[in-house]
Design a protein around this ligand. Structure first.
Ligand SMILES: *Cc1c(COP(=O)(O)O)cnc(C)c1O
Length: 373
């Protein structure tokens, strides 16, 4: 595969679209009778909105969630027939634009609902939308009291737009034992009953995996599609989707007692060989994943051997200790694996004290991207 990397390219990001669609199919199966949508916000968690959505649509997915209008527009441009929900709701004055590209806003405040209603009144359009009800996260969503007051108006068709979905979002689904899950599921079950005939949706990836009893009519997985870990404990059942390989710029010999990188925080305990890679925190390899005398950093795979990142990660360069790789096996120009072949986005995230979501959505713009069908 390194053959396909142009000589001038410094790193390779391979997105496995067949793993992506296999993940969606596996999740759709677990969803049982509920419909399985796909969350493709933030450029499909960094892997590429157009490529991911096309592949998912071909696999049978017909409902997508994005966060922003720009994302909705990009998606509508390539997929004219699918259902698109705009998670971040209706930005003031945007109703005509949103409606104009047949996108359904996820209305999360009474102000948004009133504005959408006014647009539906004026335009005479059906204007389907989702209503987001907050059940304990204190983020987007109308309150339970507001939802109680709204329900009879919808049922009596006093409201002019078409409610297509009622939804809420779990705050702690990654920790299924957390007491808030049960509270939110109960609160949502109760309120959803007051919107008869309107499909209901509560679960993200973690909710889908942990709470089969709470799938309702539609599930909204995101991170699991891209191979990330949704539940904090147990095995991650999803296939990895992303592989990252960085080019070796040079190999250098370094004496015991000398230090590596900015801040001189890692002193070499033995005479060492270092591979300097053309990748850094500007490419999404978090600075916090570096190593020091007191902290082991993230790992890389060099010619089949797991090696440690040495010292601080710079903006565009980083060092890997390849002392244990036989000298002839790694040379200038080779590709070193930073994600893939057993190193997961969550492994890298763990070394940087963050989550796989942030690794995926931080993948830099400098990688040469390859999409495998
Ligand atoms: C991002 C998001 C999802 C998807 O969450 P994952 O944890 O990535 O599966 C679902 N619903 C809402 C409201 C979201 O914001």
């Amino acid at each position: 595969m390194s053959d396909s990397l142009p000589a001038e390219a410094t790193g390779l990001l391979t997105v496995d679209l067949s793993a992506l669609t296999a993940n969606w199919k596996a999740l759709a199966k677990r969803a049982g009778r509920a419909q399985c949508a796909a969350v493709v916000k933030a450029d499909a968690y960094g892997v590429g909105l157009e490529q991911a959505a096309q592949a998912l649509s071909k696999a049978g997915c017909d409902t997508f969630f994005v966060a922003t209008f720009d994302e909705a527009l990009r998606l509508r441009t390539i997929l004219p027939m699918v259902t698109i929900y705009l998670l971040n709701g209706l930005s003031p004055g945007s109703a005509e634009l949103v409606c104009g590209i047949d996108v359904r806003p996820v209305l999360g405040s009474m102000a948004e609902i009133e504005e959408w209603e006014a647009h539906a009144d004026e335009s005479g359009e059906e204007a389907p939308a989702a209503i987001h009800i907050d059940t304990g996260m204190n983020r987007h969503g109308i309150s339970l009291a507001e939802a109680e007051a709204l329900a009879p108006r919808l049922v009596s068709s006093e409201i002019t737009f078409k409610p297509a979905l009622v939804m809420s979002h779990l705050a702690c689904a990654d920790e299924p034992e957390h007491a808030l899950n049960k509270q939110q599921i109960e609160a949502f079950s109760t309120i959803a009953k007051k919107f008869p005939g309107i499909p209901a949706s509560l679960c993200n990836s973690a909710g889908l995996l942990a709470f089969p009893e709470a799938h309702f009519d539609l599930v909204r997985p995101g991170v699991s599609l891209y191979g990330g870990r949704a539940l904090n404990a147990g095995e991650n059942p999803m296939q990895p989707v992303v592989k990252l390989q960085a080019r070796v710029v040079t190999i250098r010999e370094a004496k015991a007692g000398t230090t590596v990188g900015y801040g001189a925080r890692l002193k070499l305990a033995r005479d060492s060989r270092l591979a300097i890679l053309s990748a850094g925190y500007a490419d999404g390899i978090f600075r916090a994943a570096g190593s020091s005398d007191n902290k082991k950093g993230a790992e890389a795979i060099v010619a089949g051997t797991r090696c440690n990142i040495a010292g601080r990660i710079s903006m565009d360069l980083m060092a890997v200790d390849v002392t244990d790789v036989p000298a002839g096996n790694v040379k200038r120009g080779d590709l070193v694996t930073l994600l893939g072949d057993g190193i997961t986005v969550d492994d890298l995230a763990g070394h940087a004290r963050t989550i796989g979501y942030e690794v995926l959505t931080s993948l830099g713009r400098r990688w040469k991207r390859i999409y495998r069908e």
